[in-house]
Design a protein around this ligand. Sequence first.
Ligand code: ATP
Length: 294
Amino acid sequence: MKLKAFAKINLGLDVVGKREDGYHEVRMIMQTVGIFDRLELKESSEPGIHVSTNLSFLPNDENNLVYKAAKLLMQEKGIEEGLSIRLDKHIPVAAGMAGGSSDAAAVLVGVNKLFHMGFSTGELMERGVKIGADVPYCVMRGTALSEGIGEILTPLAPMPDCHILVAKPPVNVSTKFVYENLCLDTIEKHPDIDGMAQAVGRGNLLEIVERMGNVLESVTEKNYPVIRDLKTFMKDRGALGALMSGSGPTVFGIFQDLSSARKACDDLRKTEMARQIYLTAPVNRKTESEKGDV
Ligand code: ATP
């Protein structure tokens, strides 16, 4: 069984509180984009779960989220057959694009089908949150409002057509470091998440972009000025807006005009600011059609 696991960007990311268990309460506008990992699931004569990937630095044992996802469902249903999982990664790793969560979500969907488990989408989403806060959203895909720790999801109308330039600078940002260094009391400007959800409902790209904001940028930009440089670079070349995704360091720019987006992409490739650069587009839940070049 072949599957695609799509990346996400955050058009808006606000942190509204911290729970006693240490999790942060967030309000985010999520959008699936056409950058994806490929997965292949096969029943295997060897018992157990066997993971192989194209990236030597990724774990291929129970620390890989695809292993965790398969184990979670197979244990619950008492399935003892062997399973092999081949993962070809294209989504930048540890980048704020939910790559691992999306792989896990694809495996939940795939294993459910392969072994005829009969879980509904909602049941897969409930189980997914045990693996990671973004996993339920990655099962759902498309444009959505995400609240709580990421498990309270409200589907929104599809994002209007546009071109999205995605660039991952060559710096490593730990999600833990970013949240630990976020001082909730001193956040100067919270993005207008409700206003953005309404703008999505109206299908108005300019109104969406005007409201883009990510409170985690205050932490990462201080430590990694390349994030601010990338945003400026994209805006100077015609992006309607540019923002860091998740806890970073990936930056994306929204373009209405394809030729400006292509030119910005070509110009960016000539710099040292980012090595992983993609020109892509929104993927929506309904058709799950992959638009754009990956
Ligand atoms: P998020 O946007 O949800 O914060 P992320 O893009 O920051 O996600 P991921 O790429 O999902 O981060 O993974 C971060 C870490 O998780 C990696 O350092 C890696 O070792 C581990 N990991 C486990 N399984 C996977 C997987 N299938 N793909 C990527 N990373 C994985």
